[in-house]
Design a protein around this ligand. Sequence first.
Ligand code: PRP
Length: 182
Amino acid sequence: MICQENDIKKILFSKEEIKARIEELGKQITEDYKDAKSLLVIGILKGSCIFYSDLIREIDLPIEIEFMSVSSYQDSSMSSGEVKIVKDVGTSVALKHVLFVEDIIDTGFTMSKVMEMFKERGAASVKLCSLLSKPDRRKVEIPIDYLGFTIPDEFVIGYGLDYAERYRNLPFVGILDESVYL
Ligand code: PRP
């Protein structure tokens, strides 16, 4: 029984489907970084928190964990958005292999700016893992090295994703019913 179920138009990915996909991503990441001397996995708060904690337990390597909080501002007069670091990582990233973990890539502004910043800080490599991608909304080209699922341009919530800070604790990803926000 889901107490917020009347607000959900459709379940896109069930708890089981998400778990299975994360196991695949974890195996792929483990294989790709098996010879790396270090791996720093950085979660972007808050949306990635659930995905992040499930994903890192599927990576069978010694890793270092960190979190960042950023806020993005978009200005239609600019070709790209501004990203402000609200909480930075607490460690040096120089010469480390960095893997960012996101819940969703929408316009791509946030992560393209953050990844650029980390390349400038001297990371050995900078890659991106995202649970979801909404390619219809993309404004800047951004490679997603590890992607859970591609989704249509719908308002999705659950499994870390919110609407007005609600629904993050739902165990699935669903489309929010328009009646909630219209
Ligand atoms: C979401 C998401 C990404 C960003 C993606 O965060 O977690 O960080 O937006 O959008 P973009 O590709 O258009 O830049 P949000 O600002 O909603 O914060 P939250 O994770 O705390 O919910």
